[in-house]
Ligand binder design. Structure first.
Ligand code: BMA
Length: 393
């Protein structure tokens, strides 16, 4: 073999060299270049993330990296998010042995942002208020993170005074603040949240960074922490004390904190409950399509323009943290109603609520009226599902 090769080389050096470059060296050089390019991209982001500021001074490096990823997203578009995407969907529930989502069945890809909910973790229950087992949730979060997704967690804690749900508006905030009769109970609740967050680790034992979004829609009056059920000052104290318990007392350092209101009428309303720049990493709004399409278009325009303005003033990324149209009975809703009115606002993502029951769902499933339009929406270059989002790193 060896002698033969030399002979060929002597006979036709040029052809041999071409052959070598064509078949081996060029792909090798390309591989080296690609590897070093991707390593240099990665290291640039990681290098930058070492200097980026998040509110928790002791935040894990992964949290800073996540913040940087989130800030990068609007340069390419916005990510699609879905609540409980992999936990259940229309007609199925994850029993621990499958990994699927309604959105992936329709469009071929998973969402870029995965929403999860920890209501009832505070009670020590095995499953959340929507019957998702917390151990399964941990595994689904690991998988979402491993595959390059971004994870956001909401929390609908029960009313600590009445033991009824988060939707029981009986005033209680004052009683759970430091010095209040229910403060020890609340502290124990936050300890349970902390335990759950501490448990979110990769297979290698590294913390999984999370966007935590507690006490959302506080400008509405339907939750016990909402407008009219506590004063803005009490709300701010609740936020700060919860933040302090998590970061300082329980040493949870894998969180970014997201403040999100419901629809607002003004900047003053948006900021009425705002605990301060030192306690908030991201800004959000929950914007549902409840009435006419025309009204929703105006609502998106007014609210997201305002959110963009506040986000820019504060140099904080922002997102549509919840939203959608229940049962999506409008065929071209994704491209014509949603995308046309959110694409130019600079949001990092838009997250759609859970596919719970046949009359309570916000993302399409196979055969659903808006699924053809959803495929067109997914194909838009600026709409980022998991495959695109994982490259922003
Ligand atoms: C609400 C509804 C409820 C659910 C809650 C928390 O909007 O979907 O059924 O319990 O969110 O996920």
């Amino acid at each position: 073999m060896r002698a033969n090769t030399i002979k060929i080389e002597n006979q036709n050096t040029v052809r041999y060299q071409r052959n070598v470059f064509g078949s081996r060296i060029i792909p090798l050089i390309a591989l080296i270049l690609l590897t070093s390019l991707s390593m240099s991209c990665k290291s640039t982001l990681l290098k930058e993330s070492a200097t980026i500021r998040v509110t928790d001074p002791n935040a894990d490096a992964s949290v800073k990296h996540l913040m940087l990823r989130i800030k990068e997203i609007p340069k390419s578009g916005y990510a699609f998010g879905h609540q409980d995407a992999t936990a259940y969907g229309l007609g199925w529930k994850n029993n621990g042995s499958i990994y699927k989502s309604d959105v992936a069945e329709v469009s071929g890809d998973f969402p870029g942002v995965f929403g999860f909910e920890i209501g009832h973790i505070e009670l020590g229950h095995e499953q959340n208020l929507d019957s998702v087992n917390f151990d399964l949730m941990t595994r689904l979060i690991q998988k979402a993170h491993d595959t390059g997704g971004i994870i956001t967690i909401s929390w609908h804690p029960d009313n600590p005074a009445t033991k009824k749900s988060a939707w029981d508006p009986s005033p209680v905030v004052n009683a759970i603040l430091d010095g209040g009769v229910l403060h020890p109970k609340y502290q124990a609740w936050v300890a349970k949240v902390a335990d759950f967050m501490h448990g979110l680790k990769t297979k290698k034992g590294k913390p999984i960074p999370i966007v935590f979004r507690p006490f959302h829609e506080m400008n509405g009056s339907w939750f016990w922490w909402g407008h009219g059920n506590c004063t803005p000052e009490e709300f701010r104290l609740l936020w700060k004390q919860t933040y302090d318990l998590l970061t300082n007392t329980y040493e949870v350092h894998n969180l970014l904190y997201c403040y999100s209101t419901d629809v607002v009428q003004s900047e003053a309303e948006y900021l009425r409950f705002y605990p301060g720049d030192d306690y908030v990493d991201l800004l959000g709004m929950d914007l549902y399509h409840k009435n006419s399409t025309e009204e929703y278009i105006t609502l998106l325009e007014d609210n997201l323009t305002l959110l963009a303005k506040i986000g820019k003033q504060k140099s904080k990324p922002y997102a549509m943290t919840e939203g959608g149209l229940n049962m999506i009975p409008v065929e071209d809703w994704w491209t014509n109603v949603l995308d046309k009115n959110v694409a130019d606002k600079g949001i990092a993502w838009a997250l759609f609520w859970r596919n719970a029951w046949p009359n309570h769902y916000y993302a399409p499933f196979e055969g659903q009226e808006s699924s053809e339009d959803f495929k067109k929406f997914k194909a838009l270059n600026h709409v980022l599902f998991l495959e695109e989002l994982k490259n922003i790193r």
